[in-house]
Design a protein around this ligand. Structure first.
Ligand code: KIV
Length: 272
């Protein structure tokens, strides 16, 4: 592995807050299994998100709203086992926290018990602020998620940039609400870059952008998008491809098939 060194000690919430104070950017990637968590942590990725995007890229559901607590828990436990010193954030899936503060704390504590994750993430701003406070009161570290929130895709009438025009005030209110509720950091998804930069400058907690321009404290991407391992045909405008994993894997599988078909694999060196 070249370039970046994995952190030599466990990444903590306070380290990410310190990076914000020092103007030092950091990176988050999704991870859904042991092997990728190991690779990303060894590459120096500070923070791994067991995102409910697992619904799409791991389980093949149409929306993130179909993944269950159980399905998330098995992935989260595997990621924590491979995460090394990276801080692991566990998404609370749709339907597991909206009903009440009690439901929210119950789900979050169950996921932390079952996975060993260090932080939980939930979607929503002002409407979800009481849940964030309840999680903090229960002693958990919390990441908020505002702007475009995929679990509300139908309520938001599709994948749309949030925070434009009159929506800017909504985003301000939501950001202030999650900060006041005690969130440790906040994801801004699909919001205008200028507004995200402005809110980042005002925010006492680290901001993590996805489709929010370069002015946030950190960035996050679904790793399948980052490395071009497509799980569907849609490619978001905000994605940059840093690898060709899908292509490489297809080529490796085709070459394996060829070698098997032609009796070239296994060779004598692979036999006992
Ligand atoms: O589920 C997810 O992967 C996410 C991010 C991409 C922010 O919530």
């Amino acid at each position: 592995m070249t370039g970046y060194l994995a952190p030599t000690k466990k990444v903590r919430v306070a380290d990410l807050a310190r990076k914000k104070a020092d103007g030092e950017k950091w990176a988050m990637l999704t991870a859904y299994d042991y092997a990728t968590a190991r690779v990303f942590s060894q590459a120096g990725i500070e923070c791994l998100l067991v995102g409910d995007s697992a619904a799409n890229v791991v389980y093949g559901y149409d929306t993130t709203n179909q993944v269950s607590v159980d399905e998330m828990a098995y992935l989260g436990a595997a990621v924590v086992r491979g995460a090394g010193n990276a801080l692991v954030v566990m998404d609370l899936p749709f339907g597991s926290y909206e009903a009440s503060d009690e439901q929210c704390v119950r789900t979050a504590t169950e996921l932390v018990h079952r996975t060993g994750a260090h932080m939980v993430k939930l979607e929503g701003g002002q409407r979800i602020a009481p849940r964030i406070r309840a999680l903090k009161d229960a002693g958990l570290a919390v990441c908020a998620h505002v702007g475009f929130t995929p679990q509300s895709v139908d309520n938001l009438s599709g994948f749309k940039v949030q925070g434009r025009d009159a929506g800017a005030e909504r985003l301000r209110v939501d950001t202030q609400a999650v900060v006041d509720a005690g969130a440790d950091m906040v994801v801004f998804e699909m919001v205008p870059a200028e507004l995200a930069a402005e809110l980042t400058a005002e925010s006492p907690i680290p901001t993590i952008g996805i489709g929010a321009g370069s002015g946030t404290d950190a960035q996050v991407l679904v790793w399948h998008d980052m490395a071009d391992f497509p799980a569907g045909d849609h490619r978001a405008k905000f994605v940059r491809r840093f690898g060709t994993v899908g292509e490489d894997l297809a080529a490796a599988a085709a070459e394996y098939k060829r070698a098997v078909h032609q009796g070239e694999f296994p060779g004598p060196e692979h036999a006992f």
